[in-house]
Design a protein around this ligand. Structure first.
Ligand SMILES: *Cc1c(COP(=O)(O)O)cnc(C)c1O
Length: 374
């Protein structure tokens, strides 16, 4: 065992004695899918009320041993993040605005009465993992390394009167293929009137595991209705459009030089996506006005019918930008434009992916180096 210092923070280094061979790794990475293949190591950091954050280490990837009375298993104090590391042509490994993920992790932590993790520790964990698992950084065009930080309550107690006093932070990494290996295919969506994802005062703006647990039945209903994804409406009137599954939504009005984009305002029930925020800033740089607003399900339908609404897309770290082609609800269904990916959607996607992979200039200074090959 040895120790390294990253960003002034000590990490114990406990290398795996069971690293996959280069050939095993190549086989796993040839067709990784999404979130199924993991690298050789993980980072863990413990928290206790007395000691604060301590015992940061890199260790072999593997099962966690948990007492069945571990509080997170009962009361779901568990948050996570999702971001990617990209390999640039010069051999450097970069992340896209990772400090925003670190800040959102902490805002999720505050909502769930969990301790905040210093931003430097969040970034130091990423750098430490990449320093040891850099061989897992994909080289194939469009592939990346998906990073999944998480934190959960580890007190062994069924008491419900106070939050846990101990927590475990874990960072794991998973090589990811491009979502669009077979080309960009528009999705169909079901407007969910039976279920809500988030209510005012609830947990919708936190990247909280329970939000997902509550969403699977609605997603299954969408599939039942012949759609790919569920669209969430507001909890009060079931009218105002909020998000699509685990992605934010954008509406494109007009076309050509007159195109502008709009995304639902962050009302406290929407997840503040890094991709959403980035597109709001990037689009104006490309001459496409961008604004936050609100749109009802009736307006969505009538604007699509009249042709004012020309494109709709969803955005998030994993799939970047996904066009929405068809919308269905209890009121019937309609198509957006000709149902095919629109030009504004594809332009924004190309620009954003270009910045992330280093094929385009980075006008807003979003790229952070987190490691390098060799
Ligand atoms: C993570 C997430 C998003 C997208 O956020 P990004 O930071 O862009 O990846 C959108 N909606 C929900 C519900 C999410 O959990």
């Amino acid at each position: 065992m040895n120790s390294t210092t990253t960003r002034g923070l000590a990490f114990d280094i406990r290398p795996s004695s069971a690293r996959r061979t280069p050939q095993e790794r190549a086989e796993l990475m040839a067709n990784p899918g999404f979130g199924k293949v993991f690298t050789d190591h993980m980072v863990t950091i413990r928290y206790s009320a007395e000691e604060g954050w301590h015992d940061a280490r890199l260790e072999p990837y593997g099962p966690l041993h948990l007492d069945p009375a571990t509080s997170a298993l009962h009361y779901a104090q568990e948050i996570f993040e999702g971001l990617k590391a990209y390999r640039h042509a010069d051999g450097s490994f970069v992340c896209f605005r990772p400090e925003v993920n670190a800040q959102r992790f902490n805002s999720s932590a505050r909502r769930m009465a969990m301790p905040e993790l210093p931003e430097e520790l969040f970034l130091g964990a990423i750098e430490t993992l990449l320093a040891h698992d850099g061989d897992w950084m994909p080289t194939q065009e469009g592939h990346s390394l998906y990073l999944r930080p998480l934190m959960f309550a580890t007190d062994v107690s069924l008491g419900v009167n106070s939050p846990s006093s101990t927590y475990l932070f874990v960072l794991i990494a998973s090589p990811a293929a491009s979502y669009f290996a077979g080309g960009v295919k528009p999705v169909s969506v079901w407007l969910s009137e039976d279920y809500t994802r988030a209510a005012p005062g609830g947990t919708g703006q936190a990247k909280f595991a329970g939000n997902y647990a509550a969403s699977f039945l609605a997603q299954a209903q969408a599939v039942d209705k012949g759609c790919d994804q569920v669209v969430w409406l507001d909890a009060v009137e079931h009218r105002w459009v909020e998000e699509m599954g685990g992605m934010n939504l954008f509406f494109v009005f007009g076309s050509g030089d007159d195109a502008r984009i709009m995304t639902p305002t962050l009302t406290g029930t929407l997840l503040p996506g890094v991709t959403r925020d980035s597109l709001l800033r990037l689009a104006p740089e490309l001459g496409i006005p961008a604004e936050e607003g609100r749109i009802s399900t009736e307006e969505w339908r009538s604007a699509a019918m009249s042709g004012d609404l020309t494109e709709v897309f969803a955005c998030g770290t994993a799939a970047v930008i996904t066009p929405v082609g068809r919308v269905a609800s209890t009121a019937g269904e309609f198509t957006i434009g000709d149902g095919q990916p629109g030009s504004v959607t594809m332009r924004l996607r190309e620009e954003l992916v270009g910045i992330q992979f280093g094929h385009r200039p980075d006008p807003l200074g979003w790229i952070r180096k987190v490691g390098s090959a060799g």
